[in-house]
Design a protein around this ligand. Structure first.
Ligand SMILES: [Zn+2]
Length: 268
């Protein structure tokens, strides 16, 4: 039986960020170091769609890995892409389409509301560089707190805009903040998405639900030895259960809070 494998989750690749956003920012130099480490470990990198296709076919090689980037920040093209190209790594970029060409307004609470986003021309050009695009909703809401129709509109609009502006077929999706429910996963399945990511901060495994793939949060502090451990399939957590009582309790808390103080956004 094949070992668990890491699907890595990045957000910003940049030298500067607001203090509250540090967990979601990796410097370009450390990012290059992490890719050099992965390369030396003999990994085989995939886009998330290719990884799921290999999982389905039972042809995923040992030391498979996927690199994913959430949100569609401008620093992806400026900092991450040149390093990805240098190491010849494919990747998947999940885009919150409501902010394309503008700024990451939903990050205002973390002091990053002015962080620049990619524009449509930049997103379209990524097809030349092994970058898969995936939907990530339109306004980056906590989907599990929304009425079902509103959640569906968020997901559908995100895909529709990506397809219209880039001419590419969009089959992958990432839940903003990683939050989903059985109803939302069913909706995403009916909409035809085939490779869908949550967060979980855990390793994925062959046979994991492709509508809720576990990802590992990579930070500036993620060391080479930790990456080596993950690539060898040794993580503390592997594909944790969906909809556990802890997850449900956290959702209830967020629901109450959102009613008291309004919806707030955090990255992921
Ligand atoms: Zn996000």
């Amino acid at each position: 039986m094949q070992a668990p494998f890491p699907i890595l989750m990045y957000h910003s690749i940049d030298t500067r960020c607001a203090p509250a956003y540090r967990r979601w920012t990796v410097s370009p130099s450390r990012f290059a170091g992490q890719l050099a480490c992965l390369k030396s470990l003999g990994i085989t990198p995939f886009t998330i769609s290719d990884m799921v296709a290999r999982m389905r076919a039972g042809t995923l090689p040992e030391r498979a890995i996927a690199l994913t980037f959430d949100d569609g920040l401008a620093d992806f093209a400026r900092h991450a892409l040149p390093i990805l190209r240098q190491f010849e790594f494919p990747s998947t970029l999940f885009v919150a389409t409501g902010y394309v060409g503008g700024t990451a307004e939903w990050l205002a609470e973390l002091g990053e509301g002015d962080r620049k986003m990619l524009d449509w021309a930049e997103l379209s050009a990524l097809k030349h560089f092994g970058v898969e695009l995936g939907a990530h909703t339109h306004t980056h809401p906590q989907l599990d707190l929304l009425p079902v129709q509103e959640a569906e509109r968020e997901i559908a609009l995100s895909r529709q805009l990506l397809e219209r502006h880039t001419g590419r077929l969009i089959t992958s999706f990432a839940y903003p903040h990683g939050y989903s429910t059985p109803a939302i996963r069913g909706m995403v399945h009916r909409m035809g998405f085939t490779a869908v990511c949550r967060v979980a901060d855990a390793l994925s495994r062959p046979g994991e639900d492709p509508l809720a793939l576990s990802r590992i949060i990579v930070t500036e502090q993620t060391s080479d030895s930790e990456l080596a451990r993950l690539v060898r399939g040794r993580g503390e957590r592997v594909s944790p259960p969906l909809d556990s009582w802890k997850i449900r309790a956290w959702r209830d808390y967020r629901l109450v809070r959102s009613k008291l103080v309004g919806m707030t956004g955090r990255p992921a």
